[in-house]
Design a binder for this molecule. Structure first.
Ligand code: HC1
Length: 631
């Protein structure tokens, strides 16, 4: 270890640690606009950690370290004793003992000069910007007393207008070329939709051939938005359309809320990350005018019944009928960023995707059919809104195939940030509100629905149901079964194996799919998980090379780091520690449920009895709750 003295404080670090990282370790904050905690080498190393690929680590660690220090904003300048000039602390590795100062008149002036130069090219109305209040540039300008006296401000746009209408909206007039978006897209997502073009004064963030985001190979995950320090990247704003629907007396406006936003929205109202405001949010939603508030966790239970039954059918087809069209491993299909990723990059594996729609879409489908019929509502007058942590859910909602009932399953998908803004526009102080329960009949989920919001949650929920149905053994959570435990956690790629040593009778609800479970006796069920699409690439490569993941029967893929709780529509900032706090809240909520397995959700089972008539994966449920993604 090397001892470095920063502002008089000694800190011991491993050689190669940057001064910026060392300062953070010592609790000293050095301002920066191009560094992000998610993009430091340690975070990248953790993100690409895995159980089956240990050999890759050293190479990945080096690559991560290289790409994590862009040193482009120069705000993090420091003085080092014995060295002339100021140095960018994010690009200054520690190899010998050194003494560093992070504050001096020279440093403050230099930082102010840089900020003034940035503002001289920054066009846009701060008050109307979606990032007003969370803009890192705005904050630093305030901290350093930046004015436009010396270098002025542009009075008209320097670049073409923002690409309004696209799900990911870019406004280069607000871009400070920090390259966080480029690095995020490459290092966490492996998508490379964004790149840097030109040199010096002509540098700009670009897409391949200058295409609009909607035409680029972007997967709409929104991770770039969540790393952008300014308003240069935002999501399409659908709040006005939702306000109009709410104010239309002819419409019934129904909202469903996903598992991940409830553990995060409080951050927009000054709460600590991981403060669940599920039921306060219901009160607020009613107050702003939604007619019904349903729980996406409920349709997550429905998804588990469909997706789990599909897995059993595929296994039967492959193992008993020896049908090689069974397309194993089955891949989860509820993350729309992942769906677009596989469509772009691995289309030959589309048959492996579960045909089950995501919980968002399933809720929309049963809302405009089962619910409308049962309650005498005209489906053409229902406006189906969803609250999602995800920008890609806007794309999923608009997919042409998502209207099997004759109506759009979901009309508008709002991000957590958009709903937070709506609450603020309505003068709502969310944490102070009373609690209101969800509405029936889609308001009582199980703990399995809740954990969908975290990486590994869909798999754990599926295993609780599939394992218990097949073996008859009780599984309330991963802690009941040591072999299921590895599905939880934040390693980028994970695997688990479960031996099915005994089998039970086939429950009535699945009797149309398989005659018995004898064929599974003694079998080992292998499952895999990946979050962040850079890890999906690693899994797909392994499958192509016939590695351990090719032996899996079921793999969960989540496009965003940490799963939905780290979604691109979540409050800003989102980083490793914040994701961990949100995950804790989600798992704590699961533990409060008396019923924690999807197949024990009585209201879900009622839909099968009253509406679908047969069990999961029957004709009618296929029509409404499943879809097929084509090349
Ligand atoms: Fe998700 Fe899902 S968990 S995809 O991560 O399957 O977005 O939260 O709503 O649909 O339930 C997102 C979250 C979400 C769906 C569910």
């Amino acid at each position: 270890l090397i001892t470095v003295t920063i502002d008089g404080k000694e800190v011991k670090v491993i050689p190669g640690t940057t001064v910026l990282e060392a300062a953070r370790t010592a609790g000293i904050h050095i301002p920066t606009l191009c560094h992000h905690d998610d993009l430091c080498s340690e975070a990248l190393y953790q993100q690409t950690a895995s159980t089956p690929h240990q050999g890759e680590h050293s190479h990945q660690h080096e690559e991560s370290a290289m790409l994590s220090t862009p040193s482009s904003c120069r705000i993090c300048l420091v003085e080092v004793e014995g060295l002339p000039k100021l140095h960018a602390s994010c690009a200054l590795p520690i190899h010998n003992a050194m003494t560093v100062r992070t504050t001096s008149t020279a440093i403050r002036h230099a930082r102010r000069d840089i900020l003034e130069l940035m503002m001289s090219e920054h066009y846009g109305d701060c008050f109307a910007c979606a990032r007003n209040g969370t803009c890192e540039l705005q904050k630093l300008c305030a901290d350093y007393g930046v004015t436009s006296e010396r270098f002025g401000r542009p009075h008209e746009p320097l670049f073409e207008k923002a690409e309004i209408g696209n799900i990911i909206v870019r406004d280069q007039n607000k871009c400070i070329l920090c390259r966080r978006c480029v690095r995020m897209c490459a290092l966490y997502q492996g998508v490379y939709a964004l790149t840097t073009e030109g040199r010096g004064d002509h540098s700009r963030i670009a897409t391949f051939m200058g295409k609009e985001m909607k035409d680029a190979t972007c997967i709409n995950c929104g991770q770039c938005i969540n790393r952008c320090p300014t308003g240069a990247l935002t999501e399409r704003d659908d709040t006005d359309a939702v306000w109009h629907a709410i104010e239309d007396p002819d419409k019934m406006v129904v909202i469903q809320t996903a598992p991940a936003p409830r553990a995060a929205i409080g951050e927009m109202f000054g709460c600590e990350p991981g403060t669940p405001l599920t039921f306060q949010m219901n009160t607020a939603l009613k107050r702003v005018g939604f007619d019904k508030v349903f729980d996406t966790n409920f349709s997550a239970d429905l998804t588990i019944l469909e997706e789990g039954s599909e897995l059993i059918s595929r296994l039967y087809k492959a193992l008993v009928l020896k049908d090689n069209t069974a397309a194993l491993p089955q891949f989860t299909s509820c993350s729309p960023g992942w769906i677009k990723f596989i469509e772009h990059f691995y289309p030959k594996y589309l048959p492996n995707l579960s045909s089950a729609k995501s919980p968002q879409q399933m809720m929309g489908a049963v809302l405009k059919t089962y619910f409308a019929e049962k309650n005498g509502w005209d489906p053409s007058k229902i406006v189906s809104v969803s609250l999602m942590p995800c920008t890609a859910k806007k794309f999923e909602a608009a997919r042409p195939e998502m209207d099997a009932s004759g109506y759009r399953d979901v009309d508008y998908a709002l991000t957590t940030r958009e709903l937070g803004r709506m609450f603020k526009q309505a003068g709502i102080e969310l944490p102070k509100l009373d609690k209101t329960p969800f509405d029936d009949p889609f308001g009582t989920p199980t703990g399995s629905g809740v954990i969908f919001g975290a990486t590994g949650g869909v798999m754990e929920a599926a295993l609780r149901t599939v394992f218990e149905i097949v073996t008859g053994e009780k599984v309330e959570s991963v802690f009941d079964h040591a072999d299921i435990k590895p599905v939880r956690g934040f390693d980028g790629v994970r695997m688990a194996e479960l031996t099915i040593s005994k089998v039970g009778p086939v429950p009535e609800i699945l009797s149309h799919l398989v005659p018995d479970f004898e064929w599974l006796k003694g079998a080992t069920l292998r499952v895999g998980l990946a979050h962040g699409t850079v890890n999906a690439i690693r899994v797909m490569k392994d499958i192509e090379e016939g590695g351990p993941l090719s032996q899996c029967h079921f793999i969960e893929f989540m496009a965003c780091p940490g799963g939905c709780l780290g979604g691109g529509g979540q409050p800003i900032p989102t980083d490793r520690e914040i994701r961990a706090a949100r995950a804790k809240a989600i798992y704590s909520e699961d533990a409060t449920y008396v019923v924690r397995k999807s197949h024990e959700n009585e209201d879900v089972l009622r839909i099968y009895r009253e509406f679908f008539k047969e069990g999961p994966c029957s004709h009618k449920s296929h029509e409404l709750l499943h879809t097929h993604y084509k090349e």
